[in-house]
Design a protein around this ligand. Structure first.
Ligand code: NAG
Ligand code: NAG
Ligand code: NAG
Ligand code: NAG
Ligand code: NAG
Ligand code: NAG
Ligand code: NAG
Ligand code: NAG
Ligand code: NAG
Ligand code: NAG
Length: 653
């Protein structure tokens, strides 16, 4: 029987290719200072004079022989924390000094009243803030630049790049705190030499430096996949690579000849490998196979083949769980009858991985049918996850999975039908959508919290949702929230508190910084998304909107809340003078959840207890996670045209 299944698998082999998304180009014509939009200082204030002192210290005799310098000027609320760093290979002190002097002038004129700013040049970094940022990893704002020319042989290039960058990062981060953290390296690739350089600011610990560099290295896949040159710079660390020697060194940097595992140079390609396996199998098994197949054709009716194939698919998808899941299986015919053959009239809209239809089963039950797109191959992984996960879940604040269907090329999920659209429709929808009153909003906040708590703590396996946002929260006819879309969720064993992934899924704005930067997800990254949702529900504003023209919602909410201007945050459609205490508490919970430090964020169990017990004293939140909202601004800023060609001017050869 096993052998038959192998034969069948030759014919019904499905290869899943998860195409990585195309690189996004972020570019400016120049490296230029980034000014924080967090706030301005006033002219002639103490901060102003402290900043001037800081600027002049950078080019004073005191720092004349330094390549890195950090300092603190003033005290109390008017303190300036600042540093400069020259690139590790800059040998000539005058070059370093000149670069710092130029940067200082530039940052002073571009960001005249900014409380914090950072500027990178090719050879140095200058940075200051009113907050103490020493010894902390800061990854925003960030710049990524690329040379748009492609490498001639893409095969394995990025793997070699990542490998050598990793190795360099390991070495650079080894040195002690306040010691230079820098490494340049070279490696031979296909008659050419790949030069790389990585550096952290020395105030970081080894672990922090390595973590920062991991973020930078990961970013190259986004900006510079297969390009002949690229740079990624964060406030705390940076990396660059080129196919020419762009750094100075008194000692030659001989190209390392990699003797990596063969998988490194030709990247492990699951499809190719399977194809090879398939070829081998065909070669070995074809005479025998043809015989057996003939027998099959003779002795098995079409239906029987179909049954075997179904059983095979079940096993392929669900392994040992296929028996448990069998009762949940729907036939394609049932689904087609329920949805009138997926007619346009029954379509509810498109989700991440395919179209969603409304159906009515023959017994009158309403269902929502999510049909994963056939061709892309994308979503197969998610499909599997979703079935395995949701089949075991039961909670009133989670959308229930009724069943699924795998037949032909179809992958379909069947859910309970939730009648009242999703939360985003009511929050940010059109004019005619009903305005939710405070009572409903409060109920929604509580329901979502309990739903997430169930996922985190009470389901059979711990589940991190990873893509919580209003459009994934559906509302039933009594406006009870139901969390949906588990395709992106990941099962985490109860012992792994934290996971890490290279494939970052989720939605910008709702992703916690550590997840967006480093792919680290945990319950606390869901807590972050929850906090954003809470603030959106209260304010009726999108996370990306700017109520006061210059700040994001988090920043706005934080500033208003600090000054106890609760009504400024609350949706202006609401008039809730009686519930102000409740509103205030919910805002505080939201702010606690969006703190930068994941450990400081409350667990969902704590959140639920805050919501249900009025006698608990809530802690005071720290400032939420943002620095300059840097990446967002860079990505979307259209004031300057983003032009690949002009970026290439940065990469003279
Ligand atoms: C800070 O000052 C700049 C110009 O000096 C101005 O464009 C910006 O709006 C100011 N920001 C705030 C928050 O006042
Ligand atoms: C700051 O001081 C300078 C010179 O001392 C003066 O010209 C300027 O008007 C002052 N600015 C403000 C806003 O007080
Ligand atoms: C800085 O050093 C230069 C040369 O070493 C000297 O001429 C100058 O007076 C020094 N400046 C201060 C403020 O000490
Ligand atoms: C420079 O940074 C280190 C590491 O955080 C810190 O211990 C030290 O106090 C800083 N120096 C000044 C002058 O602030
Ligand atoms: C680089 O390759 C991509 C596709 O792999 C192509 O779209 C792009 O035009 C190429 N760029 C150059 C400069 O050749
Ligand atoms: C590209 O590189 C791979 C691995 O190094 C090699 O096998 C292949 O022949 C190269 N292709 C071309 C066109 O040079
Ligand atoms: C580089 O390091 C990261 C994390 O440290 C790891 O996930 C990745 O597999 C490494 N890549 C290579 C090619 O060594
Ligand atoms: C929610 O659904 C119920 C039942 O379908 C309906 O009566 C009610 O009007 C809906 N509420 C909103 C706000 O759409
Ligand atoms: C809000 O409600 C109070 C009493 O419930 C009323 O006096 C006040 O005018 C209302 N304000 C608005 C803007 O509707
Ligand atoms: C509410 O919190 C207080 C203080 O933490 C605690 O003493 C009390 O038992 C809690 N009440 C309930 C119903 O959990």
């Amino acid at each position: 029987m096993t052998f038959n299944i192998i034969i069948l698998s030759l014919f019904f082999f499905i290869g899943f290719l998860l195409n990585s998304s195309s690189a996004q180009v972020i570019g400016r014509n120049e490296l230029y200072p980034q000014c924080s939009t967090r706030g301005n200082f006033t002219a002639n204030s103490t901060f102003d004079s402290n900043l001037k002192t800081f600027f002049s210290s950078l080019t004073s005799n005191k720092t004349a022989n330094l390549k890195f310098y950090n300092t603190t000027v003033g005290r109390g609320g008017e303190t300036v924390y600042g540093l400069f760093m020259c690139r590790g290979d800059v040998g000539n002190q005058d070059v370093c000094r000149q670069c710092v002097a130029d940067s200082t002038l530039e940052v002073g004129s571009v960001c005249p009243f900014s409380k914090e700013a950072v500027t990178w040049r090719d050879l140095c970094l200058v940075r200051y803030s009113d907050r103490n940022f020493f010894s902390t990893v800061n990854t925003r704002p960030r710049l990524r630049m690329l040379n748009p020319n492609n490498v001639s042989n893409q095969s394995g290039f990025m793997n070699v790049l990542t490998f050598i960058m990793n190795q360099s990062a390991d070495e650079a981060s080894k040195s002690a705190v306040m010691k230079k953290k820098f490494k340049m390296n070279a490696v031979a690739v296909e008659f050419q030499t790949l030069y790389v350089l990585v550096q952290c600011t020395p105030d970081l610990s080894s672990a922090d430096c390595r973590r920062c560099l991991s973020g930078v290295i990961g970013d190259f896949r986004w900006c510079c996949d297969g390009k002949i040159g690229g740079r990624v710079v964060y406030p705390s660390c940076l990396a660059r690579y080129e196919l020419y020697r762009f750094f100075n060194s008194s000692t030659p940097v001989p190209p390392v000849t990699l003797s990596p595992p063969p998988a490194l140079l030709s990247p492990p390609n699951p499809v190719k490998r399977k194809r090879r396996l398939r070829t081998i199998l065909i070669a070995v098994a074809s005479p025998v196979g043809a015989m057996i197949l003939l027998c099959f054709a003779y002795y098995l009716s079409k239906n029987q083949i179909k049954k075997i194939r179904m059983a095979f698919l079940m096993r392929k998808y669900f392994g040992s769980e296929s028996n448990t899941l069998e009762p949940l299986q729907f036939s394609l015919a049932t689904i087609e009858a329920a949805t009138n053959k997926f007619s346009k009239q029954t379509s509810l809209g498109r989700g991440g991985f395919g179209e969603v239809y409304k159906g009515i089963l023959s017994n009158g039950q309403e269902i929502a049918v999510k049909r994963l797109s056939k061709s892309s191959g994308q979503g197969a992984e998610e499909f599997k996850n979703e079935v395995l996960l949701i089949a075991t879940l039961q909670h009133r604040n989670l959308v229930a999975l009724l069943g699924f269907c795998i037949e032909e090329q179809e992958k379909i999920l069947i859910y309970e039908y939730v009648p009242n659209r999703s939360l985003d429709y009511f929050l940010f929808g059109s004019q005619e959508s009903k305005v939710l009153n405070w009572e409903e909003r409060h109920k929604i906040i509580g329901g979502v919290a309990r739903g997430i708590l169930y996922l985190h703590d009470y389901s059979r396996v711990k589940i991190i949702h990873r893509d919580l946002k209003p459009s994934n929260i559906l509302l039933d006819d009594e406006m009870n929230p139901k969390i949906s879309d588990f395709g992106m969720a990941r099962m985490v064993g109860f012992n792994d508190i934290e996971g890490s992934t290279n494939k970052i899924v989720g939605t910008y704005g709702y992703m916690s910084p550590e997840y967006a930067m480093f792919g680290q997800y945990s319950e606390k990254s869901d807590a972050f998304s929850f906090g954003v949702i809470v603030l959106e529900v209260i304010s009726g504003k999108k996370i990306t909107s700017s109520p006061d023209q210059s700040h994001g919602l988090l920043n706005y909410a934080w500033n208003q809340w600090k000054e106890e201007k609760i009504l400024e945050i609350l949706d202006s459609n609401l008039n809730e003078s009686e519930s102000l205490n409740e509103v205030n508490k919910c805002i505080q919970i939201g702010l606690l959840c969006v703190q930068e430090n994941p450990e400081a964020r409350p667990s969902m169990a704590t959140v639920v207890s805050y919501l249900s017990n009025d006698s608990i004293q809530l802690p005071f939140p720290q400032e939420p996670a943002f620095f300059l909202e840097g990446q967002m601004e860079l990505n979307t800023d259209s004031k300057e045209s983003i032009n690949e060609m002009s970026i290439s001017e940065f990469y003279p050869r």
